[in-house]
Design a protein around this ligand. Structure first.
Ligand SMILES: *[C@@H]1O[C@H](CO)[C@@H](O)[C@H](O)[C@H]1NC(C)=O
Ligand SMILES: *[C@@H]1O[C@H](CO)[C@@H](O)[C@H](O)[C@H]1NC(C)=O
Length: 222
């Protein structure tokens, strides 16, 4: 019993040495994964190191209607995170689009955590959602692998440092972001890129109920 627990603690701990070879053997080698960031902007800066994780996010963005401006304000998001480091280059490029089509299809009736297996990325590594900010005020995004890594610190909470409108269809596709990790051991930098959908309608009727808008994106964790 004890030996088993020790062994599983050791392998979980090794998983968290994300930059090392142990993690790469669990996923695929990410050393050639490069984010395709738009030229002519300085908000999002690609680190020179290889990403620790390259993920497909499938979920919803939540909004509430501001009664003063009659526009939607973000109140968080919930998404399933799939490992896409093993996808072939040709599939990798468009995986977020394919995933969105599957996610948005009412006939498919799938929940977010099932979409990965429909686009060749069945490995669910964790979840993205919002929590009370470490400062105690407001909410912050969290990427949480504790359900699969079984290590209490296998998460990261982010604070936004960069934000650009999506390079295509920015009224439909949510912004591309760069965030610094401010808590947790999973990563020190997070990028949201290659977004599909997720934007709210341009205006709302004051007093209307909160809405959820489906989206997909790639997340790169460094
Ligand atoms: C990942 O690929 C790079 C380049 O092909 C190689 O140098 C590196 O050793 C590989 N890492 C692992 C853990 O296989
Ligand atoms: C977002 O809305 C869904 C319902 O559509 C709800 O289940 C979820 O808890 C909400 N999450 C946040 C962070 O607002």
């Amino acid at each position: 019993m004890f030996a088993f627990q020790l062994l599983s603690a050791l392998s979980s701990a090794a998983l968290l040495v994300s930059a090392g070879p142990t993690l790469s053997s669990r996923a695929c080698n990410t050393s050639t994964a490069v984010m395709d960031l738009p030229a002519g902007q300085t908000q999002l800066v690609s680190p020179t190191s290889a990403p620790l994780f390259v993920l497909l996010g499938v979920g919803i963005q939540n909004y509430t209607c501001s009664s003063t401006t009659s526009t939607y304000t973000s109140i968080g998001a919930v998404a399933s995170l799939f490992d896409i480091s093993c996808l072939e280059k040709s599939q990798f490029a468009s995986v977020q689009t394919k995933a969105y089509t599957a996610w948005d299809s009412p006939a498919a009736g799938a929940c977010a955590s099932e979409i990965g297996s429909r686009v060749g990325a069945p490995k669910l590594l964790g979840f993205h959602y919002f929590v009370t900010s470490p400062s105690g005020t407001g909410i912050s995004p969290k990427w949480d692998f504790t359900s699969t890594a079984r290590v209490p610190t296998a998460y990261v909470i982010g604070a936004k440092t960069g934000d650009i409108t999506a390079p295509t269809a920015s009224a439909t596709n949510v912004d591309w972001l760069e965030l610094n990790g401010v808590q947790g051991a999973l990563a020190t930098k997070i990028f949201r890129v290659d977004t599909v959908n997720g934007q709210p309608p341009a205006s709302c009727v004051a007093g209307s109920a909160p809405i959820s808008v489906k989206y997909t994106a790639k997340y790169y964790l460094y």
